[in-house]
Design a binder for this molecule. Structure first.
Ligand code: AKB
Length: 344
């Protein structure tokens, strides 16, 4: 690398997570060779080969951020690193550091890069249905689909962190240093999606509270017993991982002037845990899936909506999930999982 030219790059934090895997695969297929991947853990080999550079380190490490700023000209940031909802409850202060301070570091990097480039860096942020907090099951059932501005009273540290970071993103986009004589011209182009529970056929999540759906399926495919930690009637919105990646890329691609929100709901299907069990049993008839609800994790899922109104995403940037419930299981999850675990 020349001393004066920084390498153009797309930055992905949390690259070794579920969504990082899917996103890096898809960007590589599209011919993007400039991905800089960051994760606190060493990145899996199959992902490594698809990135321009890998940095193993903590997003809270100021020196790592300085190194990024000095070596790369970053046009787009996918800030995927986070401690999910269950894990965050075991160490709320650490979760706040990773989820909020980490996001601040990345937003600061984005604004500095925007200044250098004279154009706003795009900042794609995965938020979550965890930003919602419905007060009771009765209200949850009566409410049905929630709109983005409704019930923003999260009950988890992770949900609070995500909601606050959505506001930070809006602040960095529209109001950063608003009193300064040389007020920011470039700013950051922050765009967020509130993801539902995601199900991937190739990776198993860790530390989340929507994890019962993928866990049930992956356990059945491996012939392992599974005790589901929520009741059978629990219902939240879900989505197949390929559709989540497509949505992230579509929002990234959308012309700024088409975006009426900085944060969008997206959803696809919303079976109850009992219905998921029935679908899984049809594919793996010997599976041993029991229900053994954990009252506390259950209460977290009960505070999340049973469905989301994603009409803004459909209207503004063409959200159109390819996988409804039937296609997600029959054409993606079950066949790919069978291949993965060599089950027939
Ligand atoms: C979690 O369960 O914490 C995540 C989420 C819903 O954001 N999967």
């Amino acid at each position: 690398m020349s001393d004066h030219i920084r390498t153009p790059a797309t930055l992905i934090t949390g690259a070794n997570g579920e969504m990082g895997h899917g996103l890096i695969e898809r960007l590589a297929k599209e011919g993007n060779q400039n991905v800089i991947a960051i994760d606190v853990r060493p990145v899996d080999d199959e992902i490594k080969a698809k990135c321009g550079a890998i940095l193993v380190g903590d997003i809270l490490d100021a020196r790592l951020m300085e190194r990024l700023a000095s070596e790369y000209e970053i046009h787009t940031i996918y800030h995927l690193a986070a401690l999910l909802s269950t894990r965050a409850e075991f160490m709320p202060e650490a979760a706040h550091r990773v989820n909020v301070e980490g996001t601040m570091y990345l937003l600061k990097l984005a604004i500095e890069q925007s200044r250098w480039q004279g154009a706003p860096v795009k900042f794609l942020f995965p938020s979550s249905i965890a930003v919602y907090g419905l007060p009771s099951l009765e209200v949850k059932r009566k409410t049905g689909k929630v709109k983005e501005h409704e019930w923003n009273q999260p009950v988890t540290m992770y949900g609070c962190n995500k909601l606050y970071c959505e506001h930070l993103g809006r602040y960095y986009t529209k109001h950063y240093r608003q009193l300064a004589a040389d007020a920011e011209k470039a700013g950051v182009d922050f765009r967020a999606i509130r993801f539902p529970g995601l199900i991937s056929a190739v990776t198993v999540p860790s530390g989340g509270t929507s994890d019962y759906a993928p866990e049930m399926l992956h356990a059945a495919a491996q012939g392992k017993s599974y005790a589901c930690f929520v009741r059978q009637d629990v219902r939240i919105p879900l989505m197949a991982m390929p559709d989540a990646i497509t949505a992230l890329l579509a929002l990234q691609d959308a012309p700024r002037e088409d975006l009426s929100h900085s944060v969008y709901n997206i959803g696809s299907f919303n079976p109850s845990a009992g219905e998921i069990r029935a679908i899984v049993l049809r594919a793996f008839p010997d599976a041993d899936i029991q229900f053994s609800p954990d009252d506390k994790r259950q209460a977290i899922v009960d505070s999340w909506p049973e469905d989301v109104d994603d009409s803004a995403a459909r209207a503004d940037w063409g959200l159109a999930p390819a996988y409804d419930e039937r296609r997600a299981f029959e054409e993606y999850l079950i066949p790919v999982i069978r291949k993965r675990y060599h089950t027939h």
